[in-house]
Design a protein around this ligand. Structure first.
Ligand code: ZN
Ligand code: ZN
Length: 295
């Protein structure tokens, strides 16, 4: 009986990594963007460079996206927002684009409205696109529940990315399934708290060759507000997700294999490097697929 009840509550979530990169221009790793699909709804966490192209490759048109959650306002997490917004409008998005994020999100969205006012008026006049549909709304969130509808609950929690304040991670719950997205953070006790009982933890990673770190002061500052492999292992030992996938891959003269090896020396659970267009199905089992990049 207990088994049946558990089965009834369990559900299925799908996560597609659209961008696993950083500010570095890379054809393999676009800017940060993670799509979560739950109960027929789509939620997009960050909209970095090229997110709309990756959505297309994943078979999703931009008009299907109307809920965006920003972790923080670094450019590599937001620089695809204008494309998603305007292209979605051209693709006949019928509903407004809802952008939730930290303090400063209003300024970002108001600035985009100003920047694209000419474009919106041209397209409206030329091809009869209804500029009323070019609506974009901003919501500045606080830690706690930021979305709760049709069985999906999304919570924002603070992470450590100073001087960027606030910077958020998100916890998405659907039935018994839980996905946690770290955003950019160094080791964060608050993330450890909010990532308990996660099925899937999507966490950022950085690593640098020690000799390089020694002679490059600026690199030390960059690495300091991200999570290194030792810190990652500590997070994983304290949270034990069914699967951890690394994104926002920022490596300096260190290979991806070295990073994974270093974590695995200290943590025995499942952890893997994330790639753009990796699709992770989270149900009774966790299945990883790679979407064909030729689409
Ligand atoms: Zn970033
Ligand atoms: Zn950042």
């Amino acid at each position: 009986m207990l088994m049946l009840l558990q089965a009834a509550y369990a559900d299925y979530l799908e996560v597609t990594l659209l961008g696993t990169g950083t500010p570095r221009p890379s054809i393999e790793r676009f800017g940060s963007a993670t799509l979560v699909s739950a109960g027929g709804q789509f939620f997009l966490f960050d909209v970095g460079r090229g997110a709309t192209i990756r959505l297309k490759q994943a078979g999703i048109t931009p008009n299907q996206i109307d809920k965006v959650f920003l972790t923080h306002l670094h450019s590599d997490h937001i620089s695809g927002l204008d494309d998603l917004w305007i292209t979605g409008w051209m693709w006949q998005r019928q509903q407004l684009l809802d952008v939730s994020g930290p303090t400063g999100t209003h300024q970002l969205v108001n600035g985009l409205r100003d920047a694209y006012a000419a474009d919106i008026s041209y397209r409206g006049a030329n091809v009869g696109l209804d500029d009323d549909k070019a609506k974009i709304e901003s919501v500045e969130i606080e830690p706690g529940v930021v979305y709760q509808q049709e069985g999906v609950t999304i919570r924002a929690f603070l992470v450590e990315h100073a001087p960027v304040k606030p910077a958020y991670g998100y916890r998405v719950e659907f039935g018994d399934r839980v996905v946690v997205i770290s955003g950019d953070t160094t080791y964060s006790e608050n993330l450890v708290k909010h990532a308990q009982k996660a099925d899937l933890l999507i966490h950022e990673i950085t690593a640098a060759d020690p000799a390089l770190l020694k002679r490059n002061k600026r690199l030390n500052s960059v690495v300091a507000y991200h999570t290194n492999p030792d810190q990652m292992a500590e997070v994983l030992n304290k949270t034990n997700p069914r699967l951890a996938v690394l994104n926002h891959v920022l490596l300096f003269a260190v290979s991806e294999e070295q990073v994974i090896d270093k974590i695995k020396m200290q943590y025995s659970g499942d952890v893997t490097m994330g790639y753009d267009l990796m699709k992770i199905g989270v149900g009774n089992t966790i299945d990883i697929q790679r979407i064909n990049l030729e689409n």
